[in-house]
Design a protein. Sequence first.
Lengths: 290, 290, 369, 369
Amino acid sequence: MAVYLFADTQVLVQGITGNQGSFHTRQMVNYGTKVVAGVSPGKGGQALEGIPVYDTVAAAAEHHLLDASILFTPAPFAKDAAFEAIDAGVKVLVMLPEHIPVHDALAVTAFAKVRGTVLVGPNTFGVVSSGKCKIGIMPSQFFVPGKVGVVSRSGTLCYEIVGTLKAAGFGTSTVVGLGGDRVVGLSFTDVLAEMEQDSETEAIVMVGEIGGSAEEEAALFIKERVTKPVIAYLAGKSAPPGKRMGHAGAIIERGKGSFAGKVKALNNAGVPVAELPFQVPELVAGSLRK
Amino acid sequence: MAVYLFADTQVLVQGITGNQGSFHTRQMVNYGTKVVAGVSPGKGGQALEGIPVYDTVAAAAEHHLLDASILFTPAPFAKDAAFEAIDAGVKVLVMLPEHIPVHDALAVTAFAKVRGTVLVGPNTFGVVSSGKCKIGIMPSQFFVPGKVGVVSRSGTLCYEIVGTLKAAGFGTSTVVGLGGDRVVGLSFTDVLAEMEQDSETEAIVMVGEIGGSAEEEAALFIKERVTKPVIAYLAGKSAPPGKRMGHAGAIIERGKGSFAGKVKALNNAGVPVAELPFQVPELVAGSLRK
Amino acid sequence: MKLYEYMGKELFTLYGIPVPAGGVVAVPEEAEVLAGKIGAVVVKSQVLSGKRGKSGGIGFADSPYQARELAAKMLGSRLSGLAVDKILVEKKLQIDRELYLALTIDGALRKPVLLSSAQGGMDIEEVPEELIIKIALDANIGLQPFIAREVTRRLGLSGAVARQVVDILLKMYRIFVERDAELLEINPLVVSGEQVIAADAKVTIDDDALYRQSGLPLVEERTATEKAAHEIGLSYVELDGDIAVMANGAGITMATLDLIEYYGGRAANFLDAGGGAGVEQTAKALELLLARKPKTIIINIFGGITRCDDVAAAFAYVKQNIGIPVPVVIRLVGTNEERGREILRENGIEAYQLMHEAAAKAVQIAREN
Amino acid sequence: MKLYEYMGKELFTLYGIPVPAGGVVAVPEEAEVLAGKIGAVVVKSQVLSGKRGKSGGIGFADSPYQARELAAKMLGSRLSGLAVDKILVEKKLQIDRELYLALTIDGALRKPVLLSSAQGGMDIEEVPEELIIKIALDANIGLQPFIAREVTRRLGLSGAVARQVVDILLKMYRIFVERDAELLEINPLVVSGEQVIAADAKVTIDDDALYRQSGLPLVEERTATEKAAHEIGLSYVELDGDIAVMANGAGITMATLDLIEYYGGRAANFLDAGGGAGVEQTAKALELLLARKPKTIIINIFGGITRCDDVAAAFAYVKQNIGIPVPVVIRLVGTNEERGREILRENGIEAYQLMHEAAAKAVQIAREN
């Protein structure tokens, strides 16, 4: 079993002919992902690495089963492309672009919920079932199969953690990038619930950051519902309050979402919080030894 | 068991202080319906027959469990009132008013679907579990408990049929008015599926009319999924094509929705179609004798 | 409420959907002036019939003089029984392709539907189903650009033409929603070189939403009696028989017509007095029926909201104040039935209990008179 | 992007939300003229700080002369470090009640939320949570009248005042959606007799949606460096330490700052070079960092979309063409790492493998210089 993605997940790439789209399609195919079709309006009939390109998702759906889709569509058109994929019935939609207007994110989130689509992102690096299927832009070499599930709000920091895990001999089961925006489809809680059920996952690493209340909610959920060990790392301990650091994620307001508050909530739920990224593997090792 | 409504269904009346609202609230209460609260903006704090009146549904929900609601709200405000009831989580919403703009009906139907609310109407006489709970404006004396389920697109004609059934000694289990408008929440198929499962219902009477394709779809469903006997009566045999008779229901266009086509589809599904209303009871009797 | 083509096109212009250059005129001289500015024109009579082309309601003129002659012939004429008061004079388009686009509502799906076809220009009812592309719209998101792109793909369009059709579809949807349209149809949508132009406009506004569509012109397509019935809140359709019918509810009214036909009679009308008509309304309805001089009148009331005593009182009022020169058959059951029967008895009528008996009686009376 | 109060009120006026009579002025004489027309006025300095009342940014004047004096005092002054270029001169309201209304977005719920309180007029952060009414909105239907009515009920309003508040809420929601607002706040919403008036306007527009909000004025609230960073597509925040930081990704950049603090150093900035910054962009980012004359620079790259060789090439370019007068610590892993390390070696730098080692080194350098 795995979470969200499987070895035979049939993947569509929306915006496949762009720079990013074509580069990462190759990376995904090399990783082993079954990319079965691409969409690029006006480029229907072309092919990329033998993958047929269609004008619309509906056209692609006439010829392929589409389990999941990843969007490389520019931000102004991303809402429409997301609607298109959800309407076509994909089970998982990875919405990669950043700078999506927040009202668009609200609309896409609501529609995904109506249709029961798992929405990953926006502003995410994607999701990967290590060794089976990667839908995203994460550097493949760090994502080797193993028993640690990772869920992160930020991208590069997640690679960093996955890198230290790999260096310490820990592979990953599923790694999910929630996305760095204020409004994203999945929450820590959603992913923790899945990983708790997942037979491949033995320990879970949460990579959070200051701002918002996602970590606090996760802590409550862990306390009540998660039996597997959870380790956290949180970025932003040194950030001054009221400053928005990066796109939308990291900001502390009204005394909420502070580093100390999140650490307290997580510790309360029995989740150790690593002070530095490189301490994560030893905490994972410790938790698995118990 | 019953369909949609039960003896203990807690009912809200929206627009309870109006002429229609107050009259039919009394009728419902006399029938035995548990009307627990009413709503009438600006009239919160009043009472009708000992039933407390609130300004908003949310206010009523603070003090009562609300299983179902019936709307007497004037058409221009009916969409808002319907949203209000659905948002408050009622399981069944009877949307009585006629002359609801069709785009409003589309919006309400879509939202009811998102929230899983059973929408009866608009432009319906309501729904009744005979002898237990009546939510609507149908004349009480004809709706006595029995084993015939009735589902109808039109109101008075339904009373007519239920009256002939009663005169012939047949009571009714559940009677549902789908509503006479082009866009309504429930279809024949939805109700047939419920009645097929309902232990109180032994035979089903469909009261249809020309126009649309609801009867044809029902015929398909009956053929495949309904084991109980179904009897139909259809109004509009003599209507000239292309004329809209009444509010929105009865119109024949593009050769579709004709009387002959509907009779053929129903007969194909083993459903006898009464030529005159008073023939319905004998067809029901015959079907139950088999 | 159907809009005349020219009104539909004014709405299109307001929303940025391209229509041919031209204008609506009421006298031949204006047609001449317009044609002088435009060049070769098409002249279209403004009536609410779908078959104008076949019945001579559309013509072409290459010169201003021809345009005036054509206009003179059309204006004041009748088309499918409808008077031609206005004509639309428009630039004659070079037609490379004719498409069909429409938005309407599918009651069975409970959704708006987008219909399109590459076979534009002909009556859509004559286009085979398999050549019509039907896409149901999810009310939660409406018509999004991706759906419009899919339509253009399936229509075999590309490049600038496809982009214009996408744009037109999105604007059509805005009109559809913002103007409470039941039907919005462009047939044909003409592809002329790289230009896409709405050569026709068929717009039907939801009657039930007219109260909030104050910006729209009002178009009257009902007969005087239908209009009078509508004004007192009743639903009325004229038929060609001699038995006037009033019942309460569309279904039971139709069932009454069916019974009349079953017994060999012919109904003069469909009149649904609706739910809860009071004394005054019912009396007015009776007067409407009398005005058409039927051989008999049948009143079929199954009282729910409608009170039997109100109907009887209305009958008594009309009989006493205006007079009812034809025999009336009344069937009365339901709310306040006893009081109603009493009032009728006081006025010399014994009400029926069963509707088929009443219908049979009415047919008998009509046959004998 | 935050709008100045007067801009927010212009938007309100456009949507029909009542604001006090008055206008925005830039010279004291105009304040005098306005006050002459209006009578007793309130004079409000137009800066993007929430604490104007407490810091003397708001004053009252009973006469045109007083208004001019007050305007003269305010214009050209500084408030919370911000220059006052414009002031709003408005009719002084008779205040019977002060309410609080706001629309914003709740990330955890993934929904718009409506906040309201009967305790308007004070900083909402000082209002106890239990006195704030929070209603999450379903994006499928938005803010409907019934929700607005429920708000007025919970605020204890009735009659004409309640109706006006419902109307204002519905208009606020239209602005919220149509203008891509992240925050729309009226505090206080003043009840003055039977009138309801927005006495303040706080509007924040989503930066990511500015491309489609061409009708809005542009407001700049960033420092010159932040603005320059934004122009080359980078996210930059000024801090007060001496170690300049560049990393790729908000999370890893924050983690780098955390490490610097952990080892006892102080970061000069947050600079997220983002995903996929190329040579030119990275070079410009480096120049930005140099301009602030830090003691050292740490570059922390975990290459994913970002290519290590691009970062190295940018470093080489700046070093060779502009010069880098301070020691630089670089950590480089990921895409094209080997080529990147080679380029750095050619430029005399050995890149670190581990980020905490690089951070420790940077802190050591800063301490020694």
